[in-house]
Ligand binder design. Structure first.
Ligand code: IMP
Ligand code: MG
Length: 176
């Protein structure tokens, strides 16, 4: 594994924690208290875990499932082709909150929404911690966004660069 420079901090962990609590309140106001969370692996797992408990503090009852999507290889550019790994969870008749780490080109979220709709979800709402709107290639309804960020490659809080830096508590920028 090549040595990577330590990321520079973009969003401190306390700012994330505050925003996650506010997001949970927004989500419950819009969706009600009966929520089926579908988290996108791998990058969405840390955010999903914190959001799950924040939703609980808002009085929501949340069930949880996962979809595993891959569009990135070891580089920084999306391939545009989204690979679905494993099974798509049964979401028929459910009010689904799709939870992902970043909306970049939009391909992965768009694919996930399509799969969940085909699977018979009653509603699909999209929540992402980070949004890079400048990079969007396909339209996607971004219902709940934690932070809008510029077109920089970020890591931390579950998000990786070539499988590194997921363990950072805040979000940082990787310089070349
Ligand atoms: P999209 O399909 O282009 O929207 O890409 C979405 C996925 O690409 C995200 O869920 C991330 O897993 C990954 N991704 C996009 N931008 C970044 C980044 O800045 N750092 C790390 N992963 C990223
Ligand atoms: Mg992802």
């Amino acid at each position: 594994m090549p040595e990577q420079n330590r990321p520079s901090l973009l969003i401190p962990r306390d700012d994330i924690a505050r925003r996650v609590d506010a997001l949970a309140a927004e989500i419950v106001a819009a969706m009600g208290k009966d929520i089926h969370m579908v988290a996108v692996l791998k990058g969405g797992f840390v955010f999903a875990a914190d959001l799950l408990r924040a939703l609980g503090r808002q009085g929501a009852r949340v069930t949880v499932d996962f979809v595993h999507l891959a569009s990135y290889g070891a580089g920084k550019e999306s391939s545009g082709r989204v690979r679905v790994m494993g099974e798509i969870p049964d979401v028929s008749g459910r009010r689904v909150l799709l939870v992902d780490d970043i909306l970049d080109s939009g391909h992965s979220a768009a694919r996930a929404v399509e799969l969940l709709r085909k699977g018979g979800a009653a509603e699909v709402h999209v929540c992402a911690l980070l949004d890079k709107p400048e990079r969007r290639r396909v339209e996607i309804p971004a219902d709940f966004i934690g932070f809008t960020i510029p077109d920089r490659f970020v890591v931390g809080y579950g998000i990786d660069y070539a499988e590194q830096w997921r363990e950072l508590e805040g979000v940082g920028v990787v310089e070349d």
